[in-house]
Design a protein around this ligand. Sequence first.
Ligand SMILES: *[C@@H]1O[C@H](CO)[C@@H](O)[C@H](O)[C@H]1NC(C)=O
Ligand SMILES: *[C@@H]1O[C@H](CO)[C@@H](O)[C@H](O)[C@H]1NC(C)=O
Ligand SMILES: *[C@@H]1O[C@H](CO)[C@@H](O)[C@H](O)[C@H]1NC(C)=O
Ligand SMILES: *[C@@H]1O[C@H](CO)[C@@H](O)[C@H](O)[C@H]1NC(C)=O
Ligand SMILES: *[C@@H]1O[C@H](CO)[C@@H](O)[C@H](O)[C@H]1NC(C)=O
Ligand SMILES: *[C@@H]1O[C@H](CO)[C@@H](O)[C@H](O)[C@H]1NC(C)=O
Ligand SMILES: *[C@@H]1O[C@H](CO)[C@@H](O)[C@H](O)[C@H]1NC(C)=O
Ligand SMILES: *[C@@H]1O[C@H](CO)[C@@H](O)[C@H](O)[C@H]1NC(C)=O
Length: 351
Amino acid sequence: MCARQSCQKMNFKVFIASFCLVVMAKSENAFQFRQERSLASEKDFTRGVNSTALISVSIQLRFTDFTNENVIPAVNITAANGTTAFQFLQQAAQQNPCYLSQYITYPNLGHYITTICCVAQNTTSNFYWFVYINNALSPVGVDGLIPNNGDILRFEYRFINSTDGNHTETSAAKSPKVGKQDSMQMISVSVKLTFTNYPNPNVQPPEQVIAANGTTAFEFLQLASQLNPCYLFNYTQFSFGRYITTICCIEENKATQFYWFIYLNGIPSPVGADLLKPKNGDTLTFEYQMSTNTDHSTSAPTPRSATPRRATPRSGTPIINPKPTGKGQQMPAASLNVFISMAIGILAQKF
Ligand SMILES: *[C@@H]1O[C@H](CO)[C@@H](O)[C@H](O)[C@H]1NC(C)=O
Ligand SMILES: *[C@@H]1O[C@H](CO)[C@@H](O)[C@H](O)[C@H]1NC(C)=O
Ligand SMILES: *[C@@H]1O[C@H](CO)[C@@H](O)[C@H](O)[C@H]1NC(C)=O
Ligand SMILES: *[C@@H]1O[C@H](CO)[C@@H](O)[C@H](O)[C@H]1NC(C)=O
Ligand SMILES: *[C@@H]1O[C@H](CO)[C@@H](O)[C@H](O)[C@H]1NC(C)=O
Ligand SMILES: *[C@@H]1O[C@H](CO)[C@@H](O)[C@H](O)[C@H]1NC(C)=O
Ligand SMILES: *[C@@H]1O[C@H](CO)[C@@H](O)[C@H](O)[C@H]1NC(C)=O
Ligand SMILES: *[C@@H]1O[C@H](CO)[C@@H](O)[C@H](O)[C@H]1NC(C)=O
């Protein structure tokens, strides 16, 4: 026996699954046809039959759970005609780290995107990644979708209302915890991310954050992450304070000696994120850069590694991390989601 609620949920999932399978069976031909077509054009492309036909596509990210849905700038990519939506996303990630994705590869269905910009699908809150082409939900998966010249390819993180009535979780937009305490002096600080391993290190727009006077750099980063998911970060707690290891899914890398540094108005911070208190009008920058022996004693605390390593010369190409999460135990739920997304896509096409 299970609790009433979970029973309802389970029954519902079984219902959705069987419903989707029926839809899938009906439209399998169309889907397979599209898959074949995409494989065929990929073959032509790799053979170099016509490498002169280039198309330009605008790639966008949208987070419907954020106050400002369009916080991430679009990336324009020019690529060979026949390039798939999946390949366009990979190319966008070489221009802007927020476009880095994680995905599951299914033998017969292809790639299924689970995470973009460090924001993962959430099977509890029912937020998933959807693919839109020119504002219409894509009828096919990311491998079958082949944009045309001038198209707008959008990856949107949004809620899917799958329950019929009793789903009470809300997708209420998060808003920064900046109170309207009149007694408190508020200051405005520009919070920036810089990725020196990218062609354009300042590809992310700064976030203007208003907070109480005395707010620390760490807290400003937290507030910025409520405005823009690229500012989401991880840290390690040390006795001397919290040390930032990862921002926007870009992790410090001891092998390449890239770490996150803190700058205030362009000057390396002499203290860590917990002690630094920006003033009104300041620019607080978190910069992913290679640590040099002469520099890092004056910058943010850097954990000493026992064996000093030679810096590997970087070619200027961005660090790409397309590692699929591929957790075995998540497969059943995930494949159910593939069916849901595809079935919805097919339905959207029909009506
Ligand atoms: C791209 O390929 C498609 C299908 O092969 C064709 O219809 C379209 O005209 C091509 N576009 C360009 C810009 O070559
Ligand atoms: C390749 O495409 C270009 C532009 O669409 C066209 O002018 C050219 O004739 C094509 N070449 C071949 C070999 O099909
Ligand atoms: C991308 O292309 C669109 C038009 O398709 C243009 O409005 C926009 O400014 C371009 N963005 C960048 C960053 O080049
Ligand atoms: C998923 O959403 C639920 C409900 O909103 C939340 O409690 C949970 O922390 C989320 N999980 C992740 C991994 O973000
Ligand atoms: C989901 O849909 C139901 C019925 O269509 C509606 O009453 C409910 O408010 C929706 N839930 C959310 C979170 O949008
Ligand atoms: C919604 O929940 C209420 C109790 O919270 C229950 O009485 C009702 O039957 C549920 N409705 C549906 C459609 O499951
Ligand atoms: C913030 O606090 C500092 C020191 O406590 C003070 O010098 C400064 O004037 C304050 N700034 C504002 C805008 O209140
Ligand atoms: C923080 O760490 C967790 C666990 O390693 C990881 O799943 C998550 O993506 C990380 N978040 C960011 C913003 O890097």
